[in-house]
Design a protein around this ligand. Structure first.
Ligand SMILES: CC(C)(COP(=O)(O)OP(=O)(O)OC[C@H]1O[C@@H](n2cnc3c(N)ncnc32)[C@H](O)[C@@H]1OP(=O)(O)O)[C@@H](O)C(=O)NCCC(=O)NCCSC(=O)C[C@](C)(O)C(=O)O
Ligand SMILES: [Mg+2]
Length: 349
C-alpha cells in the first residue's frame, strides 16, 4: 500500500505534481474519432467546436495496419488544431497490446501539454492504474510536460467490475470511469451481440390472471446495465471522480440511445460517448438539466433557506436531502451555463 502522505507527490523526478481534485469541466459527450480515417480527421476542428470532449481513438475500431497511422495522425491533429476549451482525450491501446508503450511514449512526449486525459481500456485492477501512473510520470518528466495528465478507465471485464472501487481510488490521476458494455458482455459470457443498450429477451412478465399462461400478460424489458452503472457511479462518487455511460452502438436507433443515456444521467453519470455525429446532440440534450428541473431546483433552494426544516411545495415535502439534490442540479446547470450561452439564457441563472 502507498504511503497516504505521498499520494500527491510526483512519481518521477521532474514530473508535475498530481491534482488534488478532478477539475470539473462540461463532459456531456466524449466524441470518438479515428485519427487514421482522413474523412473523420478532416471534420475534427468543426466537431471539436460542438462537443465537450473530443477523443482520438487508437484502440478497438482502428484496424491493425492503421495503428501507427492513427497515433501519428493524432499527434499531427493535436499540434495544428486549437481546441479552445474543448478537452482533448486519447484512448490508447490496451496494456497487453504491442502498441500501448509506443502510444504513451509518443503522445506524452509530443503532445503531452495538449492532452487532458488518457483513457485506458480493459482496466482490471489498481495494478493497471499504478503501472500507467508511474510510466506517465516518467514520460511527463522526459517531455517536460507542465500539467499532469489525468487517467480514465474503461470498465469492460468481469474482473474490472469486481475491482471497481480500488480502480477508482488507485491514483490522484483518476478522472473517471466509463462502462464498456461490449467487451464486458463478452468477458461475462453474456449471450448478447450488441454494443450497449437493452435486449428484448431480458424482461419480466406480468402474473397470469387465469389458467391461460399466454394471454394478456404484459412484458417489461429490463435494463441489462443497471447493476454495473450503479456500482460504477458509487465507486466514482465515493472517490470524487466522474462516471460516464459508454457507447451505444445502434447508431440509427436515436430513440433508444436517448433512453439509455437518460437512464445513466438519472443514475449519476455526467456524460456518454458519441460514436457518430448524430449522437452528439442526444448527449447534449440528455446530460443538460431541463429548464423545468432547474426552475424547480431554484424554487426549492429559495424556499429552504439554510436547508433545515421541512416545507411543502406543490403537495410535496421538501427537506435538507431534497434540497441537496436540487443543489446538485443547480451546480451542474451553472457550470454548463458558464460555457453555453443558450443554456445560460434558458436557465436564467
Ligand atoms: C459507426 C461508423 C463506422 C459509421 O460510419 P459511416 O461512415 O458508415 O457512417 P455515415 O452515417 O455514412 O457517416 C456520415 C458522415 O459522418 C462521418 N462520421 C461518422 N462517424 C464519425 C465520427 N465518429 N466522427 C466524425 N465524423 C464521423 C463519416 O465520415 C461521414 O462523412 P461524409 O459525409 O464526409 O462521408 C463510424 O461512425 C465510426 O467509426 N464511429 C466510431 C466508432 C468507434 O470509435 N468505435 C469504438 C468505440 S465503442 C467501443 O470501443 C466499445 C467498448 C467501449 O470498447 C466496449 O464496449 O467494449
Ligand atoms: Mg472495448
Amino acid at each position: 500500500m502507498r504511503n497516504p502522505r505521498a499520494f500527491l507527490r510526483p512519481l518521477a523526478v521532474g514530473a508535475p505534481a498530481p491534482v488534488s481534485e478532478v477539475p470539473f469541466r462540461p463532459s456531456r459527450m466524449i466524441h470518438f474519432f479515428d485519427p487514421s480515417n482522413e474523412k473523420m480527421a478532416a471534420k475534427v476542428p468543426d466537431i471539436a467546436a460542438k462537443v465537450d470532449i473530443i477523443l482520438g481513438n487508437l484502440e478497438d475500431a482502428v484496424k491493425t495496419e492503421k495503428k501507427e497511422a492513427a497515433r501519428l495522425g493524432l499527434v499531427e491533429i493535436a499540434k495544428k488544431t486549437d481546441f479552445g476549451d474543448t478537452q482533448l482525450w486519447v484512448r490508447v491501446n490496451s496494456l497487453d497490446s504491442p502498441w500501448v508503450l509506443d502510444d504513451l511514449t509518443t503522445l506524452v512526449t509530443e503532445i503531452g501539454d495538449k492532452l487532458d486525459v488518457i483513457m485506458v481500456p480493459k482496466v482490471e485492477g489498481a495494478q493497471d492504474i499504478h503501472y500507467v501512473d508511474r510510466l506517465l510520470a516518467q514520460l511527463e518528466a522526459k517531455g517536460n510536460v507542465k500539467k499532469p495528465l489525468l487517467v480514465h478507465a474503461i470498465l469492460e471485464t468481469a474482473l474490472g467490475v469486481t475491482n471497481v472501487e480500488e480502480i477508482a481510488g488507485a491514483s490522484p490521476r483518476m478522472q473517471g470511469i466509463s462502462l464498456g458494455p461490449a467487451d464486458l458482455a463478452a468477458s461475462r459470457r453474456m449471450k448478447t451481440t450488441r454494443v450497449g443498450g437493452g435486449h428484448p429477451g431480458y424482461l419480466v412478465r406480468q402474473d397470469p390472471t387465469g389458467d391461460d399462461l399466454t394471454e394478456g400478460r404484459t412484458t417489461y424489458q429490463q435494463d441489462l446495465w443497471h447493476y454495473t452503472i450503479a456500482r460504477m457511479v458509487d465507486a466514482c462518487a465515493a472517490n470524487d471522480i466522474l462516471p460516464f455511460y459508454g457507447p451505444f452502438g445502434d447508431i440509427k436507433d436515436v430513440v433508444a440511445c436517448e433512453d439509455q443515456f437518460r437512464n445513466a444521467y438519472l443514475l449519476g453519470c455526467v456524460g456518454a460517448w458519441s460514436l457518430h455525429p448524430v449522437q452528439i446532440d442526444i448527449a447534449k440534450k440528455v446530460f443538460s438539466p431541463s429548464k423545468e428541473d432547474v426552475e424547480h431546483a431554484k424554487t426549492v433552494v429559495e424556499a429552504m433557506g439554510d436547508g433545515s426544516g421541512a416545507v411543502m411545495i406543490n403537495g410535496k415535502m421538501e427537506d435538507d436531502a431534497s434540497c441537496k439534490q436540487c443543489l446538485v442540479m443547480l451546480d451542474l446547470a451553472r457550470e454548463l451555463a458558464e460555457r453555453d450561452p443558450e443554456l445560460k439564457e434558458l436557465y436564467a441563472l
